[in-house]
Design a protein around this ligand. Structure first.
Ligand code: GDP
Length: 444
């Protein structure tokens, strides 16, 4: 998960302020020093850090913070706003041609994830816009890139135009575009060749493809795990090809996060998508505000809700919300939720999107064992229908019977029931819009 170190350091810096009723200019200076170090350690571009710290400091020594009764919260607010700004303020949608086809040219160095992203993007367009994309395999240099795209295309059921690896890529693109136009594909995604580093021949070839295809979008894929190198690469490609957007891949493996925070400021070009895994569905729109929340350890409820909506039955979700409000959420609902959550992806990633959870020490290095969910489910399965509907029935003798029924220790059964009750209480509060008591979770 990205930003682990940064989140922790920012939270530590700010939590020192939290203990003070009133802060002085010297306190602000000290916090800013720590924020600066945290950003540099996260491999954020030097100049970006300098400008960021300067802006935050200027705002923070203003009256709005020094005279505030909640200075730490004010600083969190400023840092949050400035992080959002550095990353581009708002999500940048994919450019679209007024008439079909929209042409997207994928560029990037070898290994950055260009071919994979081309496939992910085709799938996204297909699923979200019911589009009929065509992929063109014009990466004839990387061994197996053409075959890789062909296989991806088969898996996601998107046609791939290819002419093997012995034909000039510009010619492949010419013929691919003609085919796409003939077949009335609404999107044409061109997978171009990469190199190990930027060189003149590559740039010439890409310039020719750009000239020929007149793309609406030139998407540069860069590997987040390479940190500042990714930023340099982005700068290099952009100065030669004038890209329209960046896809930051492998954010799932990047624990520092410097590239995400630097690319926009250094190149002036927006990050449009982020890759967060190897699966074809692991491509998400980049939202600067959600990313800032994640960096500050405030969770990313919106993405969580969206993920949930994708997999959840909406009617069920509405019923569930009503039950939370009325405090009639029972063990049957709990079972349902566990099953839905199991469909959503690795639990440790999901939990970190919940506000306050990203840096919860109890979750540090957490590895959620899918067996834990199975054990919890086994406990619920050992309850009678009446007990599932009315958790208050669960007296000690019933608990002993349940423990014997599912073969788990009584302590585990007790703990689970206690946690269930706490969760129910919290749900009731949250669904009534009462977040009091939650704010303590932020940054402490
Ligand atoms: P290309 O040379 O730029 O076309 O790179 P590929 O598309 O072949 O990707 C190189 C490797 O990175 C492959 O093993 C991909 O599965 C992997 N990859 C691509 N995007 C992501 C991502 O967002 N997360 C992770 N973990 N791996 C990725």
């Amino acid at each position: 998960m990205a930003f682990e170190g940064l989140t922790e350091r920012l939270q530590n810096a700010i939590s020192k302020l939290r203990r003070k009723g009133k802060v002085s200019e010297a306190d602000v200076k000290e916090v800013m020093r720590e924020i600066r170090l945290a950003l540099l350690e996260a491999d954020v571009n030097f100049k970006v850090v300098k400008d960021f710290v300067k802006t935050v400091r200027t705002r923070a020594v203003g009256a709005e913070v020094l005279e505030s009764l909640t200075p730490a919260q004010q600083i969190v607010k400023i840092v949050n706003e400035e992080l959002v700004k550095v990353m581009g303020q708002e999500a940048s949608p994919l450019n679209k041609s007024p008439k079909i086809p929209t042409i997207i040219m994928m560029v990037g160095l070898q290994g950055a994830g260009k071919t994979t992203t081309a496939g992910k993007l085709a799938l996204k367009l297909k699923e979200e816009q019911h589009a009929r994309p065509l992929l063109i395999a014009a990466d004839v240099y990387r061994p197996a890139a053409v075959d890789q795209l062909k296989i991806l295309g088969q898996n996601i059921d998107v046609p791939v135009f290819e002419m093997g690896t012995d034909v000039n890529p510009v010619e492949i693109v010419r013929q691919g575009l003609a085919l796409g136009k003939e077949k009335k594909n609404d999107y044409i995604i061109i997978d171009t060749a990469g190199r190990l580093q930027i060189d003149e021949r590559l740039m010439n070839e890409l310039a020719q493809i750009k000239e020929l295809s007149q793309p609406n979008e030139i998407l540069l894929t860069v590997d987040a795990m390479t940190g500042q190198n990714a930023v340099e690469v982005a700068d290099g490609f952009n100065s030669q090809l004038d890209v329209t957007g960046v896809v930051l891949t492998k954010l799932d493996g990047d624990t520092r996060g410097g590239a995400a925070l630097s690319i926009r400021a250094v190149t002036g070009k927006p990050i449009k998508f982020i890759g967060q895994g190897e699966k074809m569905t692991d491509l998400d729109v980049f939202y600067p505000d959600r990313m800032a929340s994640r960096i500050l350890g405030m969770g990313d409820m919106l993405t969580l809700i969206e993920k949930a909506q994708k997999d959840f039955d909406e009617k069920k979700a509405a019923e569930m919300a009503a039950k939370m409000r009325e405090n009639s959420f029972d063990f049957n609902d709990f079972l349902d939720q566990m099953e839905q959550v199991q469909n959503m992806g690795p639990l440790e990633d999901i939990i970190k999107m919940i506000p306050g959870m990203a840096n919860n020490p109890a979750l540090k290095n957490m590895n959620v064992d899918p067996k834990d969910i199975e054990r919890t489910k086994a406990i619920v399965y050992s309850m009678t229908p009446a007990e599932r509907e009315n958790p208050d029935l669960l007296n000690p003798s019933r608990r002993r019977r349940i423990a014997a029924g599912c073969g788990r220790p009584i302590q585990e059964v007790n703990r689970m029931i206690k946690q269930f009750k706490q969760m129910r209480e919290m749900m009731k509060k949250m669904s009534n819009g009462n977040f009091a008591g939650m704010e303590g979770l932020l940054g402490n």
